[in-house]
Structure formats: structure tokens, C-alpha cells
Design a protein around this ligand. Sequence first.
Ligand SMILES: [Zn+2]
Length: 129
Amino acid sequence: MKQRKPLARSMVPIPKKRLKPRRKPFPDAKDKREPVVVRVLEDGREIVNMLTAAGREIYRSRKRKAWEAQGGLCAICGRYVSWEECEADHIRPRSLRRDDRQDNIQAVHHLCNAAKGSQQNYSPKGMEG
Ligand SMILES: [Zn+2]
């Protein structure tokens, strides 16, 4: 195999510094075989580890609980949404400060969720009353 000549030091591209350091959501997970499933932060927020089957199950059960509490109605448009087509939406948008606690999860239509995006106080047009 041909060895590539290393670039002169002045030619090596300088990596752009990340503005924000990547946050590790599960820094307390020490053992790969036993990952943290739900991380509880100091301010009480919970972050469910979706990389684990147990985490996905907790998330699913919270979505289910929300859907049942809402009587099968989408929390955004108020129309019926079946369990199969409903999605879990974060009331306080995930993009601000992620919080997977039960009280922050509501069941919504996929399209309603997409329209809401990351707006905090979203009300769909023409849906009032
Ligand atoms: Zn809807």
C-alpha cells in the first residue's frame, strides 16, 4: 500500500470549534451493559434513554397514558386520533430543555405535531371553538 505523504503543517485544515460543546445526555452511564434508562436532572426534569428497550417502553407507556387521559383526542386539534397514528409531543418543546416527564407529554396527530414544530404556545389556525 502506498503511504500518503503527510500534509505540511500549514496545510492541515483547522477544525472549526463547536460553539456549544455536545452535551452528554447520560454521563452517569458507566457500564455499557447497564445503561441509565431514565436520568433525573437536578431541576426535576427526566430524560428517557431512547437507546434502550426499557427507555422506549417507558416512553411508549407515557404516550399511552397521555392518549388515554385525553380520551383519544389530539391535544392540538381536538379531533380523534387512533393509538396507531398518534405521536408523543412535548408540551414544552424538546428543543428548549428536554423533559420527558409524564406531564410534558401529550398525544397528537403526526401532522399536528409537524405543524406545531418547536413552538411553545401553538394554536392551530381555524381550530378554535
Ligand atoms: Zn390533531
